[in-house]
Design a protein around this ligand. Structure first.
Ligand code: ADP
Ligand code: MG
Length: 245
């Protein structure tokens, strides 16, 4: 691959008890690449994302970010989490903090920014995700789509090298899915490196450089969206696509 690698997994394995949830995972994500991860429920997609962010440990193999092994603990780990932002299905906003405070908090705590600088950056980012009018509201006053856009702004506020999205639109009502996907499309166009677990095949077709198909803890296919959607090679992928398309 011609692009510079940013995230690299080599021979990564993990079990949950008897369950071999990540099996010999090899994955390289280049700078500026958008990799969409799809696959049946339980195939290990969330565990893969969590392993990249060290929310899960791995038993063997290596994961590197920009050529550096992932830190185990302490301040280096906090920095890693800031460098690889994560956006979850459940938005995980602080309910008792305003939208602005939600976006500013980690900037002051992790990045050591002054509050005024953090707030200025937060307002820029809220503007970028179309929420400048909502800075002083509380999460519960926003729709699900708006809350997820706050979560994206919060992740961006750390100036991450990459963003991981784990089913960011799965908890949303249908009419809110597009407003979140549009923000993600925009980030993709701007060159953000992203790993996106999603069932939104329209997004995969239009934004992904590669589609990674997982089943039973393995990467079964890793190809361009055109190739994957028009001519999936594996029976598992054919079967999966026949159910969702
Ligand atoms: P996906 O995101 O593809 O649906 P997950 O990575 O969440 O899959 O889960 C993969 C498998 O690992 C599932 O069978 C799930 O039940 C199991 N699993 C996930 N987290 C844990 C855990 N903390 N302890 C035990 N089993 C788990
Ligand atoms: Mg999952």
């Amino acid at each position: 691959m011609a692009v510079d690698p940013l995230i690299e997994l080599r021979d990564v394995n993990k079990h949950f008890g008897e369950l071999h949830v990540l099996q010999d995972i090899d994955l390289t994500v280049g700078k500026g690449e958008v990799v969409v991860v799809i696959g049946p429920s339980g195939s290990g997609k969330s565990t893969l994302c969590r392993a990249i962010n060290r929310l899960e440990t791995i038993e063997s193999g290596t994961i590197t970010l920009d050529g550096q092994p992932l830190p185990e603990e302490g301040r280096a780990l906090a920095r890693l989490r800031a460098e690889v932002g994560m956006v979850f299905q459940s938005f995980n906003l602080f309910a008792h903090k305003t939208v602005l405070e939600n976006v500013s908090l980690a900037q002051t705590k992790v990045r050591g920014r002054k509050k005024a600088d953090a707030d200025r950056r937060s307002r820029e980012l809220l503007d970028r995700v179309g929420l400048s009018a909502h800075a002083d509201k509380y999460p519960a006053q926003l729709s699900g789509g708006q809350q997820q856009r706050v979560a994206i702004a919060r992740a961006l506020a750390m100036d991450p090298k990459a963003l991981l999205f784990d089913e960011p639109t799965s908890a949303l009502d249908p009419e809110m899915i597009n407003e979140v996907l549009e923000v993600m499309q925009q980030l993709a166009r701007e060159g953000m490196t992203m790993i996106v677990v999603t069932h939104e095949m329209g997004f995969a077709r239009s934004a992904a450089n590669r589609v990674v198909f997982m089943a039973d803890g393995r990467i079964v296919e890793d190809r361009s969206p055109e190739e994957f959607f028009t001519a999936p090679r594996s029976e598992r992928a054919k079967d999966f696509l026949s159910k969702i398309l």
